[in-house]
Ligand binder design. Sequence first.
Ligand code: SF4
Ligand code: SF4
Length: 373
Amino acid sequence: MKNLRELNPFRLGFGLMRLPKNPDGSIDIPQVCRMADRFLEAGGTYFDTAYVYDNGASEAAFREAVANRYPRESYTLCTKLNAWMQCSDEKSAKQQFWTSLDRTGAGYFDYYLLHALQRVNIGKYNEYRIWDFIAEQKQKGLVKHYGFSFHADPELLEQLLREHPEVDFVQLQMNYADWENPGVASRRNWEICREHGKPVVIMEPVKGGILANPIPEVREILDRANGQVSYASWALRFCAGLDNILAVLSGMSSLEQMEDNLRTMKDFSPLNDTEMQVIRQAQEALNAARAIPCTSCRYCTEGCPMGIPIPDIFTVYNRREGSPHFRTVREYTIVTTGKGKASQCVQCGQCERACPQHLPIISLLETCREMET
Ligand code: SF4
Ligand code: SF4
Protein backbone atom coordinates (compact mmCIF):
# COMPACT_ATOMS: atom_id res chain seq x y z
CA MET A 1 0.00 0.00 0.00
CA LYS A 2 1.03 3.60 -0.53
CA ASN A 3 2.00 5.81 2.37
CA LEU A 4 -0.97 5.96 4.76
CA ARG A 5 -0.96 9.75 4.97
CA GLU A 6 -1.11 9.91 1.18
CA LEU A 7 -4.05 7.50 1.09
CA ASN A 8 -6.08 9.35 3.71
CA PRO A 9 -4.43 12.58 4.91
CA PHE A 10 -7.54 13.60 6.89
CA ARG A 11 -7.54 10.38 9.02
CA LEU A 12 -11.28 10.62 9.79
CA GLY A 13 -13.59 8.23 7.91
CA PHE A 14 -17.35 8.72 7.55
CA GLY A 15 -18.99 5.53 8.83
CA LEU A 16 -22.40 4.97 7.23
CA MET A 17 -23.74 2.51 9.79
CA ARG A 18 -25.86 4.85 11.89
CA LEU A 19 -27.20 7.34 9.37
CA PRO A 20 -29.95 9.81 10.34
CA LYS A 21 -33.47 8.43 9.95
CA ASN A 22 -36.90 9.79 9.08
CA PRO A 23 -39.81 9.06 11.45
CA ASP A 24 -40.81 6.09 9.21
CA GLY A 25 -37.38 4.48 9.69
CA SER A 26 -36.02 5.27 6.21
CA ILE A 27 -32.68 7.09 5.85
CA ASP A 28 -32.92 10.90 5.74
CA ILE A 29 -31.16 11.40 2.39
CA PRO A 30 -31.14 15.24 2.33
CA GLN A 31 -29.45 15.20 5.73
CA VAL A 32 -26.90 12.59 4.56
CA CYS A 33 -26.18 14.83 1.55
CA ARG A 34 -25.49 17.78 3.85
CA MET A 35 -23.22 15.66 6.05
CA ALA A 36 -21.33 14.28 3.03
CA ASP A 37 -20.93 17.82 1.65
CA ARG A 38 -19.41 19.06 4.90
CA PHE A 39 -17.15 16.02 5.18
CA LEU A 40 -15.76 16.37 1.66
CA GLU A 41 -15.47 20.15 1.93
CA ALA A 42 -13.39 19.78 5.12
CA GLY A 43 -10.94 17.42 3.40
CA GLY A 44 -12.42 14.00 4.21
CA THR A 45 -12.46 11.30 1.52
CA TYR A 46 -12.94 7.89 3.21
CA PHE A 47 -16.50 6.46 3.36
CA ASP A 48 -17.29 3.14 5.01
CA THR A 49 -20.44 1.09 4.47
CA ALA A 50 -21.39 -2.61 4.25
CA TYR A 51 -23.76 -4.85 2.32
CA VAL A 52 -25.78 -5.58 5.47
CA TYR A 53 -26.03 -2.04 6.93
CA ASP A 54 -29.68 -1.04 7.07
CA ASN A 55 -30.47 -3.98 4.77
CA GLY A 56 -28.73 -2.27 1.86
CA ALA A 57 -30.15 1.22 2.45
CA SER A 58 -26.75 2.49 3.65
CA GLU A 59 -25.07 1.58 0.34
CA ALA A 60 -28.00 3.11 -1.56
CA ALA A 61 -27.73 6.30 0.52
CA PHE A 62 -24.02 6.49 -0.34
CA ARG A 63 -24.93 6.38 -4.02
CA GLU A 64 -27.47 9.18 -3.70
CA ALA A 65 -25.40 11.42 -1.42
CA VAL A 66 -21.92 10.87 -2.88
CA ALA A 67 -21.54 8.72 -6.02
CA ASN A 68 -24.31 10.54 -7.92
CA ARG A 69 -23.08 13.99 -6.87
CA TYR A 70 -19.28 13.90 -6.82
CA PRO A 71 -16.56 12.87 -9.29
CA ARG A 72 -15.11 9.43 -8.60
CA GLU A 73 -11.65 10.74 -7.74
CA SER A 74 -12.99 12.94 -4.91
CA TYR A 75 -13.80 10.05 -2.56
CA THR A 76 -12.74 6.54 -1.57
CA LEU A 77 -15.20 3.82 -0.61
CA CYS A 78 -15.00 0.74 1.57
CA THR A 79 -17.77 -1.84 1.75
CA LYS A 80 -17.97 -5.40 3.07
CA LEU A 81 -19.12 -8.89 2.18
CA ASN A 82 -20.84 -10.82 4.95
CA ALA A 83 -20.79 -14.61 4.56
CA TRP A 84 -22.92 -15.25 7.65
CA MET A 85 -25.74 -12.73 7.35
CA GLN A 86 -28.26 -12.12 4.55
CA CYS A 87 -26.98 -15.09 2.50
CA SER A 88 -27.51 -18.84 2.52
CA ASP A 89 -24.79 -20.36 0.34
CA GLU A 90 -21.64 -19.58 -1.67
CA LYS A 91 -23.57 -18.14 -4.59
CA SER A 92 -25.67 -15.74 -2.53
CA ALA A 93 -22.63 -14.70 -0.46
CA LYS A 94 -20.62 -13.84 -3.59
CA GLN A 95 -23.62 -12.10 -5.10
CA GLN A 96 -23.26 -9.49 -2.33
CA PHE A 97 -20.17 -8.14 -4.11
CA TRP A 98 -22.05 -7.52 -7.37
CA THR A 99 -25.08 -6.10 -5.57
CA SER A 100 -22.83 -3.69 -3.65
CA LEU A 101 -21.18 -2.54 -6.88
CA ASP A 102 -24.57 -1.85 -8.37
CA ARG A 103 -26.08 -0.32 -5.23
CA THR A 104 -23.21 2.08 -4.44
CA GLY A 105 -22.66 3.16 -8.05
CA ALA A 106 -18.95 3.46 -7.25
CA GLY A 107 -17.68 1.45 -10.25
CA TYR A 108 -14.97 -0.15 -8.11
CA PHE A 109 -14.08 -0.35 -4.44
CA ASP A 110 -11.01 1.40 -3.07
CA TYR A 111 -11.23 -0.84 0.00
CA TYR A 112 -13.11 -4.09 0.52
CA LEU A 113 -13.50 -6.20 3.65
CA LEU A 114 -14.57 -9.67 4.69
CA HIS A 115 -17.02 -8.56 7.34
CA ALA A 116 -16.74 -9.07 11.12
CA LEU A 117 -14.57 -12.18 11.29
CA GLN A 118 -14.99 -14.19 14.47
CA ARG A 119 -14.27 -17.81 15.45
CA VAL A 120 -17.94 -18.73 14.90
CA ASN A 121 -18.14 -17.47 11.32
CA ILE A 122 -14.64 -17.88 9.85
CA GLY A 123 -15.63 -21.33 8.54
CA LYS A 124 -18.19 -19.74 6.20
CA TYR A 125 -15.60 -17.45 4.57
CA ASN A 126 -13.33 -20.46 4.00
CA GLU A 127 -16.09 -22.80 2.82
CA TYR A 128 -17.41 -20.22 0.34
CA ARG A 129 -13.84 -19.41 -0.86
CA ILE A 130 -14.42 -15.71 -0.33
CA TRP A 131 -10.69 -14.97 0.09
CA ASP A 132 -9.92 -16.21 -3.44
CA PHE A 133 -13.02 -14.55 -4.84
CA ILE A 134 -11.97 -11.10 -3.58
CA ALA A 135 -8.37 -11.65 -4.71
CA GLU A 136 -9.79 -12.28 -8.23
CA GLN A 137 -11.75 -9.02 -8.08
CA LYS A 138 -8.58 -7.20 -7.08
CA GLN A 139 -6.78 -8.67 -10.09
CA LYS A 140 -9.57 -7.36 -12.30
CA GLY A 141 -9.21 -3.87 -10.77
CA LEU A 142 -12.63 -3.90 -9.12
CA VAL A 143 -10.98 -3.78 -5.68
CA LYS A 144 -7.86 -1.73 -4.94
CA HIS A 145 -7.11 -2.94 -1.41
CA TYR A 146 -8.75 -5.68 0.63
CA GLY A 147 -8.69 -7.10 4.10
CA PHE A 148 -11.04 -8.12 6.88
CA SER A 149 -12.80 -6.53 9.80
CA PHE A 150 -12.18 -8.41 12.98
CA HIS A 151 -13.95 -9.01 16.30
CA ALA A 152 -12.03 -11.80 18.00
CA ASP A 153 -9.00 -12.76 20.03
CA PRO A 154 -5.33 -12.03 19.25
CA GLU A 155 -4.57 -15.73 18.62
CA LEU A 156 -7.07 -15.87 15.76
CA LEU A 157 -5.75 -12.59 14.35
CA GLU A 158 -2.20 -14.00 14.35
CA GLN A 159 -3.42 -17.13 12.62
CA LEU A 160 -5.35 -15.21 9.93
CA LEU A 161 -2.44 -12.90 9.14
CA ARG A 162 -0.11 -15.91 8.83
CA GLU A 163 -2.58 -17.72 6.55
CA HIS A 164 -3.40 -14.61 4.49
CA PRO A 165 -0.27 -12.47 4.18
CA GLU A 166 -1.79 -11.06 0.99
CA VAL A 167 -4.34 -8.86 2.79
CA ASP A 168 -3.63 -5.14 2.56
CA PHE A 169 -5.17 -3.93 5.83
CA VAL A 170 -7.29 -4.88 8.82
CA GLN A 171 -10.24 -3.14 10.46
CA LEU A 172 -10.28 -3.36 14.26
CA GLN A 173 -12.57 -2.24 17.05
CA MET A 174 -10.44 0.21 19.02
CA ASN A 175 -11.29 2.81 21.62
CA TYR A 176 -10.02 3.81 25.04
CA ALA A 177 -12.72 1.79 26.82
CA ASP A 178 -11.72 -1.45 25.07
CA TRP A 179 -7.98 -0.82 25.07
CA GLU A 180 -7.29 -3.51 27.66
CA ASN A 181 -10.73 -5.19 27.57
CA PRO A 182 -9.89 -8.92 27.22
CA GLY A 183 -13.09 -9.50 25.19
CA VAL A 184 -11.99 -6.99 22.52
CA ALA A 185 -8.21 -6.75 23.00
CA SER A 186 -7.84 -3.44 21.12
CA ARG A 187 -4.23 -2.85 22.12
CA ARG A 188 -2.93 -6.36 21.46
CA ASN A 189 -4.73 -6.68 18.12
CA TRP A 190 -3.35 -3.32 16.98
CA GLU A 191 0.17 -4.43 17.99
CA ILE A 192 -0.21 -7.66 15.99
CA CYS A 193 -1.21 -5.73 12.88
CA ARG A 194 1.86 -3.52 13.29
CA GLU A 195 4.09 -6.58 13.68
CA HIS A 196 2.68 -7.95 10.40
CA GLY A 197 2.99 -4.57 8.64
CA LYS A 198 -0.77 -4.25 8.12
CA PRO A 199 -2.32 -0.78 8.39
CA VAL A 200 -5.38 -0.53 10.62
CA VAL A 201 -8.75 1.10 10.08
CA ILE A 202 -10.31 1.84 13.45
CA MET A 203 -14.01 1.14 13.95
CA GLU A 204 -16.07 2.07 16.99
CA PRO A 205 -13.67 4.77 18.29
CA VAL A 206 -16.58 6.11 20.37
CA LYS A 207 -17.88 2.58 21.05
CA GLY A 208 -21.19 2.90 19.25
CA GLY A 209 -21.80 6.32 20.84
CA ILE A 210 -21.17 5.17 24.41
CA LEU A 211 -18.09 7.42 24.71
CA ALA A 212 -19.88 10.38 23.11
CA ASN A 213 -22.34 10.35 25.98
CA PRO A 214 -20.52 8.41 28.68
CA ILE A 215 -21.62 7.43 32.17
CA PRO A 216 -21.76 10.27 34.74
CA GLU A 217 -18.49 9.20 36.40
CA VAL A 218 -16.61 9.58 33.10
CA ARG A 219 -18.37 12.83 32.24
CA GLU A 220 -17.22 14.27 35.55
CA ILE A 221 -13.59 13.27 34.91
CA LEU A 222 -13.55 14.70 31.39
CA ASP A 223 -15.40 17.90 32.37
CA ARG A 224 -12.92 18.52 35.17
CA ALA A 225 -10.02 18.20 32.71
CA ASN A 226 -11.59 20.34 29.96
CA GLY A 227 -15.25 21.35 29.91
CA GLN A 228 -14.91 23.12 26.56
CA VAL A 229 -14.59 20.08 24.31
CA SER A 230 -16.98 17.23 23.51
CA TYR A 231 -16.68 13.79 25.08
CA ALA A 232 -16.41 12.30 21.59
CA SER A 233 -13.36 14.44 20.83
CA TRP A 234 -11.40 12.69 23.62
CA ALA A 235 -12.23 9.32 22.09
CA LEU A 236 -11.34 10.39 18.55
CA ARG A 237 -8.04 11.97 19.55
CA PHE A 238 -7.08 8.85 21.52
CA CYS A 239 -7.48 6.74 18.35
CA ALA A 240 -6.23 9.18 15.72
CA GLY A 241 -3.00 9.75 17.64
CA LEU A 242 -1.92 6.11 17.25
CA ASP A 243 0.50 5.14 14.51
CA ASN A 244 -0.13 2.71 11.62
CA ILE A 245 -3.70 4.02 11.21
CA LEU A 246 -5.30 4.33 7.77
CA ALA A 247 -8.61 5.78 8.98
CA VAL A 248 -10.60 6.37 12.15
CA LEU A 249 -14.24 5.73 11.34
CA SER A 250 -16.99 7.59 13.07
CA GLY A 251 -20.56 6.40 12.51
CA MET A 252 -22.16 9.83 12.46
CA SER A 253 -25.92 10.32 12.75
CA SER A 254 -26.31 14.09 12.58
CA LEU A 255 -24.76 17.25 11.21
CA GLU A 256 -23.86 18.26 14.77
CA GLN A 257 -21.80 15.10 15.24
CA MET A 258 -20.17 15.72 11.87
CA GLU A 259 -19.25 19.29 12.79
CA ASP A 260 -17.86 18.22 16.15
CA ASN A 261 -15.70 15.52 14.55
CA LEU A 262 -14.49 17.91 11.85
CA ARG A 263 -13.46 20.42 14.52
CA THR A 264 -11.47 17.69 16.28
CA MET A 265 -9.72 16.51 13.13
CA LYS A 266 -9.18 19.83 11.37
CA ASP A 267 -6.36 21.02 13.60
CA PHE A 268 -5.61 17.58 14.96
CA SER A 269 -3.30 17.15 17.91
CA PRO A 270 -2.78 13.84 19.69
CA LEU A 271 -3.46 13.55 23.42
CA ASN A 272 -0.52 14.80 25.52
CA ASP A 273 0.76 13.06 28.66
CA THR A 274 -1.58 14.97 31.00
CA GLU A 275 -4.58 14.15 28.80
CA MET A 276 -3.55 10.48 28.63
CA GLN A 277 -3.61 10.48 32.42
CA VAL A 278 -7.23 11.72 32.24
CA ILE A 279 -8.07 8.88 29.84
CA ARG A 280 -6.60 6.37 32.29
CA GLN A 281 -8.93 7.71 34.99
CA ALA A 282 -11.88 7.40 32.59
CA GLN A 283 -10.84 3.81 31.80
CA GLU A 284 -10.83 2.98 35.50
CA ALA A 285 -14.28 4.52 35.96
CA LEU A 286 -15.64 2.51 33.03
CA ASN A 287 -14.17 -0.70 34.39
CA ALA A 288 -15.93 -0.11 37.69
CA ALA A 289 -19.30 0.70 36.07
CA ARG A 290 -22.29 -1.58 35.58
CA ALA A 291 -23.39 -0.32 32.15
CA ILE A 292 -23.87 -2.98 29.43
CA PRO A 293 -21.19 -2.29 26.74
CA CYS A 294 -23.52 -2.83 23.76
CA THR A 295 -22.61 -0.82 20.65
CA SER A 296 -26.11 -1.08 19.06
CA CYS A 297 -24.70 -2.74 15.93
CA ARG A 298 -27.90 -4.89 15.80
CA TYR A 299 -26.14 -8.00 14.44
CA CYS A 300 -27.98 -9.95 17.16
CA THR A 301 -31.53 -8.99 16.23
CA GLU A 302 -31.87 -10.34 12.70
CA GLY A 303 -32.17 -13.99 13.71
CA CYS A 304 -33.93 -13.64 17.06
CA PRO A 305 -36.99 -15.93 16.82
CA MET A 306 -38.82 -13.84 19.42
CA GLY A 307 -38.15 -10.45 17.77
CA ILE A 308 -36.56 -9.05 20.91
CA PRO A 309 -35.07 -5.55 20.38
CA ILE A 310 -31.96 -6.49 22.36
CA PRO A 311 -29.88 -3.29 21.95
CA ASP A 312 -32.88 -1.05 22.66
CA ILE A 313 -33.55 -2.92 25.90
CA PHE A 314 -29.88 -2.56 26.87
CA THR A 315 -30.04 1.17 26.10
CA VAL A 316 -32.99 1.59 28.45
CA TYR A 317 -31.12 -0.37 31.12
CA ASN A 318 -28.00 1.79 30.74
CA ARG A 319 -29.94 5.03 30.80
CA ARG A 320 -31.68 3.93 33.97
CA GLU A 321 -28.32 3.10 35.55
CA GLY A 322 -27.08 6.61 34.75
CA SER A 323 -30.13 8.52 35.98
CA PRO A 324 -32.09 7.99 39.21
CA HIS A 325 -35.17 9.81 37.80
CA PHE A 326 -35.37 7.81 34.60
CA ARG A 327 -38.89 6.59 33.71
CA THR A 328 -37.87 3.00 33.19
CA VAL A 329 -41.19 1.20 32.71
CA ARG A 330 -42.44 3.83 30.25
CA GLU A 331 -39.25 3.72 28.17
CA TYR A 332 -39.10 -0.07 28.29
CA THR A 333 -42.70 -0.27 27.07
CA ILE A 334 -41.97 2.12 24.19
CA VAL A 335 -39.04 0.07 22.86
CA THR A 336 -40.77 -3.30 23.24
CA THR A 337 -44.29 -2.47 22.02
CA GLY A 338 -45.16 -4.88 19.21
CA LYS A 339 -41.86 -6.73 19.74
CA GLY A 340 -40.50 -9.41 22.05
CA LYS A 341 -39.76 -8.68 25.69
CA ALA A 342 -36.69 -9.77 27.66
CA SER A 343 -38.82 -12.34 29.52
CA GLN A 344 -39.76 -14.01 26.20
CA CYS A 345 -36.19 -15.07 25.41
CA VAL A 346 -36.12 -18.82 24.67
CA GLN A 347 -32.34 -18.99 25.16
CA CYS A 348 -31.61 -20.32 21.67
CA GLY A 349 -28.19 -18.58 21.73
CA GLN A 350 -28.36 -17.15 18.18
CA CYS A 351 -27.75 -13.62 19.41
CA GLU A 352 -24.69 -14.56 21.45
CA ARG A 353 -23.10 -16.24 18.44
CA ALA A 354 -23.63 -13.09 16.36
CA CYS A 355 -22.50 -10.51 18.94
CA PRO A 356 -19.09 -9.02 18.05
CA GLN A 357 -18.75 -7.74 21.62
CA HIS A 358 -19.18 -11.30 22.95
CA LEU A 359 -21.80 -10.15 25.43
CA PRO A 360 -23.60 -12.76 27.57
CA ILE A 361 -26.91 -11.56 26.12
CA ILE A 362 -29.09 -14.29 27.63
CA SER A 363 -28.04 -13.55 31.19
CA LEU A 364 -28.12 -9.79 30.57
CA LEU A 365 -31.72 -10.12 29.37
CA GLU A 366 -32.47 -12.02 32.58
CA THR A 367 -31.22 -8.95 34.46
CA CYS A 368 -33.31 -6.65 32.25
CA ARG A 369 -36.52 -8.57 33.01
CA GLU A 370 -36.91 -6.56 36.20
CA MET A 371 -37.71 -3.49 34.05
CA GLU A 372 -40.97 -5.13 32.93
CA THR A 373 -42.66 -4.61 36.29
S1 SF4 B 1 -31.26 -16.27 22.98
FE1 SF4 B 1 -33.13 -15.09 23.35
S2 SF4 B 1 -32.67 -13.02 22.68
FE2 SF4 B 1 -31.09 -14.37 21.84
S3 SF4 B 1 -31.84 -14.87 19.78
FE3 SF4 B 1 -32.54 -16.50 21.14
S4 SF4 B 1 -34.58 -15.83 21.83
FE4 SF4 B 1 -33.59 -14.03 20.93
S1 SF4 C 1 -25.88 -7.06 21.91
FE1 SF4 C 1 -24.02 -7.34 20.70
S2 SF4 C 1 -24.72 -7.79 18.62
FE2 SF4 C 1 -26.46 -6.93 19.74
S3 SF4 C 1 -26.42 -4.77 19.26
FE3 SF4 C 1 -25.30 -5.03 21.19
S4 SF4 C 1 -23.16 -5.26 20.58
FE4 SF4 C 1 -24.39 -5.57 18.72
